[in-house]
Design a protein around this ligand. Structure first.
Ligand code: ADP
Length: 355
């Protein structure tokens, strides 16, 4: 049907826009999505469906979806009542080479008066299991990480309340601990929000030319490191970086926090930086525990914690370096690590400078 000739121009424009929006929404998810008409023929087949099943979109539009379904599964999809929406966990699809692909699917019968078509959204069972595993990792890491600061805060507050005599002598000391633990909680929440941003690619909001000294100041003020326990030496004068100041501060804060967390009291932290042509290089070096070769290849993985001897009491979610790497890459940069067990660790960031 030629929409342009049979409908008024404004309605036709709206329909075209709605169609473009539907197409864009269909292409976005990682799930395969197939839309069928009332004759069970394929009218839309998104990029993820192509990737999972291996068919080219042009070869499947107009063909019967039943040909892609294992014979035992037909009723699972087509017996969904008009307007109904069913989760089908045991669906098997056939890929372009004839192989069986077990999926978890949501089948929706699109309907006005009677069934006008179907939409099937699916992901492979393996992907569904990975998502389940990720969810339980998040729940266990986050609840573990929440528990420690929360019980410390509760214990210190209860001790102060039950021992009024401590008020004068220990109030500041106790409140400092409570404040530090509350900071730790809010950093965990920040990290979780950053991970959500990393994974939806909504990370960078601004692009500015920023003075590195100012960035280090704001990262350190968030961390509130004790300068006696964790002296930080800045071995550079005036260096500029370009990018989103909030996200670059997050990256530096995570690296400086680790440098302090995995170093003994008094262990110095050095920041070296230089700018050559259109690249800024920043090195954050500590003289702490170091990371053994066995763990080094995995430290940028989500939730990975090396838990080396000597760091048993250093809390953490294993998200810091995953976030830092994603932030640096989003800026078009790279991150490298060099470390020796017992001798310290150096992270090198290279960031392009764009004016
Ligand atoms: P965490 O929350 O555990 O600190 P990260 O993603 O920031 O998570 O770091 C991953 C792991 O890498 C840490 O658990 C730690 O074992 C190791 N690590 C990171 N930075 C350092 C460092 N500066 N010195 C020693 N080990 C480090």
């Amino acid at each position: 049907m030629d929409i342009g000739r049979t409908l008024p121009a404004d309605v036709s424009r709206e329909l075209t826009a709605a169609n473009a929006l539907a197409q864009a929404l269909l292409e976005a998810p990682a799930e395969g999505i197939v839309q069928l008409d009332a004759d069970r023929k394929i009218v839309r087949f998104n990029a993820s469906a192509q990737r999972i099943l291996g068919y080219a979109q042009s070869s499947v539009i107009g063909s019967a979806f039943e040909d892609m379904l294992h014979s035992s599964n037909r009723n699972d999809v087509f017996s969904v009542p008009p307007g109904g929406d069913a989760l089908v966990t045991g669906l098997t699809l056939r890929d372009s080479r004839g192989g069986a692909v077990p999926v978890r699917a949501r089948c929706i019968a699109i309907s006005h008066d009677e069934t006008d078509g179907w939409a099937v959204a699916f992901q492979t069972k393996q992907r569904a299991q990975e998502i389940e595993q990720l969810k339980s990792e998040i729940v266990s890491t986050v609840s573990h990480e929440l528990k420690t600061p929360l019980s410390t805060i509760k214990a210190y507050a209860a001790t102060l309340r039950q021992n009024p005599a401590l008020y004068d002598s220990h109030r500041d000391e106790f409140l400092t601990v409570v404040e530090q633990q509350a900071d730790r909680l809010s950093r965990l929440v920040e990290d979780m929000l950053l991970v959500a941003r990393v994974e939806t690619a909504q990370m960078l909001r601004k692009r500015e030319l920023i003075d590195l000294n100012g960035l280090v100041d704001s990262a350190l003020s968030e961390l509130r490191l004790d300068p006696v326990l964790h002296p930080v030496n800045r071995n550079f004068a005036s260096v500029q970086v370009s990018g989103d100041p909030d996200r670059l501060r997050d990256a530096l804060r995570n690296l400086l926090e680790n440098a302090a967390k995995y170093s003994p009291a008094g262990g110095e932290i050095d920041i070296d930086a230089s700018q050559k042509e259109s690249r800024t290089t920043i090195v954050i070096r500590d003289r702490g525990l170091g990371i053994s070769e066995d763990h080094l290849p995995f430290i940028f993985d989500r939730f990975y914690r090396a838990e080396e001897e000597g760091a048993e009491h250093a809390g953490g979610s294993g998200l810091g370096l995953y976030i830092v790497q994603a932030l640096v890459r989003a800026h078009g940069g790279t991150i490298d690590v060099k470390s020796k067990r017992g001798a310290g660790t150096a992270f090198t960031l290279t960031l392009p400078v764009r004016r």
